[in-house]
Ligand binder design. Structure first.
Ligand code: FAD
Ligand code: SF4
Ligand code: SF4
Length: 497
């Protein structure tokens, strides 16, 4: 496995999607620490235990990811300062889970027996509460320390309460209680997955949903999943959601595979690597097997970055030769980015690797209209390189409708493909190229943003507008286009920044 010194596999991300998840940790502190002074607070714990056992019959470890006060403590307070390392395999192993469970139950049982001796006295409830409060405090301390040293959810790998939930979940499944209530991570369709691994990289339990889908390749059945939704919120393709088994089938049936139906794996050789800017390189791939990749401009291809763990990165096809036996992608390195650091550090001309493509529907250009508008900022320009190429260079008769390209960048040198677009504009009356810089170094360029360019133009209501760039830019552009009378159905957007 290749690795880059600058990038880590597991990434920190926001996990508190509800107020309960954001603030339930207060209960942990209240019971664990407050209970040492007011032991009766510990008597809240049995209610928590009953609740977690009850929910697990129907929904597996849902409690851990959504209500658990300790989980909230780990995610919110420990997570931001955790070393965030790989959780060692032995801490997740069955013998460790069983040993911790037996030790915990034995210890708790022993202390209950001590307390039982006081039954009938005024001290009984206080002594019982203290047993629970102290147990709560221990989990807070041990789990917190493990969370700091390894990963915030290390304790959750072998937490006895988690083990109880798995056992109750098995029971719930066996007697059919979980049948209609069990929501699992569900993929709209495996063919839409970019294999980027982000769902695995953000998972607090360090699971890999995209690699372990059920036999019908749609649901993630792992009983350790705490249904926390972190993966569904972070999937860049937006194809993960929580769904019950019977809903999963409907989702699959209802999904459109348009733009993904021709995708297949290719062996390819890196024919050339061209530096376009300090942090941007163009990679030309010569296709070996199959020998060519028919694609529509605006589509993307997956480039393998980790063969051992099946990890790819999506890159828009920014050009090709006429018979598509060679395709190009243009990649901007992301500081600390896992995939781009591998690609920039290790990939060299002559290397053979896997690609998958073509994929994508959002920015596939429909040239049937007479007015097209392409709007990009930064590296979002890539889909429009192949689009301009196909409309004006690769046709017997160049496109006869009007095409406007609005391109924004920061500095002069950030305008990659500027020469190409200038040349195409000079050769084609129907292609209008507008560029703008937010921080020009000279006064040869307009200063501002693509939104400023759009304000000066007058698109017809039938214009088809394709936007690629930051979400902020896209939202501004969308508003202006709608104000200018362009219909919302004719506005297409993709973000990968
Ligand atoms: C359809 C599509 C087309 C694309 N086309 C292009 C293209 O033509 N050119 C191009 O350059 N890119 C393109 N991309 C983006 C590309 O796929 C990658 O996302 C990009 O290259 C970064 O990859 P990476 O592995 O270096 O970054 P990653 O490590 O995957 O990081 C991606 C994101 O993860 C988060 N992250 C990463 N590390 C951390 C951390 N340590 N802590 C917290 N959060 C973190 C950040 O949100 C970061 O922005 C496209 C994406 C899509 C979906
Ligand atoms: S697989 Fe998804 S829902 Fe399950 S624990 Fe991991 S991030 Fe949470
Ligand atoms: S996060 Fe990436 S690997 Fe996981 S399901 Fe989404 S696209 Fe696929």
């Amino acid at each position: 496995m290749q690795s880059s010194e600058q990038a880590t596999f597991y990434i920190k991300t926001k996990r508190s999607f509800t107020p309960v998840r954001a603030y339930a940790w207060i209960l942990t502190v209240l019971i664990g620490i407050g209970g040492q002074f007011v032991p009766l607070l510990g008597l809240l714990v049995p209610f928590i235990m009953v609740a977690l056992m009850g929910t697990s019959l129907f929904k597996g470890k849902y409690w851990c990811g959504n209500f658990c006060p300790h989980g909230s403590f780990f995610d919110n307070l420990i997570g931001p300062i955790s070393r965030h390392k790989n959780i060692p395999a032995f801490l997740r192993s069955k013998p460790v889970i069983a040993a911790v469970f037996i030790f915990f139950m034995f210890n708790l049982g022993r202390r209950f027996i001590d307390v039982y001796a006081t039954l009938g006295t005024g001290a009984f409830l206080e002594r019982l509460g203290l047993v629970f409060a102290t147990t709560y405090l221990m989990v807070l301390l041990i789990g917190g320390l493990l969370g700091l040293a390894v990963n915030e959810r290390t304790w959750c790998q072998f937490c006895p309460m988690g083990t109880i939930q798995v056992l109750f979940y098995k029971l719930g499944k066996a007697v059919g209680l979980a049948k209609n209530t069990d929501e699992k991570v569900t993929i709209s369709h495996p063919e839409l997955c970019h294999s980027c691994g982000k769902c695995a990289r953000v998972c607090p339990m360090q699971l890999s949903p995209y690699l372990q889908l059920s036999e019908d390749q749609q649901q993630f059945d792992d009983e350790k999943c705490i249904r926390c939704n972190t993966c569904t919120h972070n999937c860049p393709a937006g194809i993960l959601q929580m769904a019950k088994p019977q809903e999963a089938e409907d989702i699959k049936e209802g999904v459109s595979l348009e733009g993904f139906d021709r995708a297949r794996y290719y062996r390819a050789r890196i024919k050339a690597i061209t530096t376009l800017h300090d942090d941007i390189r163009q990679f030309s791939f010569e296709l070996i097997e199959p020998e060519n990749m028919p694609y529509d401009p605006g589509q993307f291809v997956l480039v393998e970055v980790e063969p051992d763990i099946k990890m790819y990165r999506a890159y828009t096809i920014s050009g090709s030769n006429r018979d598509n036996s060679e395709i190009r992608v243009t990649i901007k390195i992301l500081p600390g980015g896992y995939g781009t650091n591998i690609i920039f550090d290790y990939y060299k001309e002559g290397d053979v690797l896997n690609l998958k493509g073509p994929m994508g529907n959002e920015l596939r250009i429909d040239p049937s209209g007479s007015e097209l508008m392409f709007i990009a900022n930064g590296i979002g320009i890539t889909p429009f390189v192949s689009s301009v190429q196909s409309l004006f260079e690769q046709r017997e008769i160049p496109f006869q409708g009007e095409v406007a390209l609005l391109y924004g960048a920061r500095y002069e040198e950030d305008l990659v493909f500027d020469d190409y677009f200038e040349k195409m504009a000079a050769q084609n009356d129907h292609f209008n190229y507008h560029k703008i810089l937010s921080r020009p170094r000279t006064d040869q360029y307009q200063k501002g943003y693509v939104t400023d360019l759009l304000h000066k133009l007058d698109p017809s209501p039938n214009t088809r507008a394709y936007i690629c760039g930051t979400a902020e830019m896209a939202s501004g552009i969308k508003h202006i286009l709608i104000d200018k009378g362009v219909t919302e159905e004719n506005i297409y957007y993709e973000s990968f920044l």
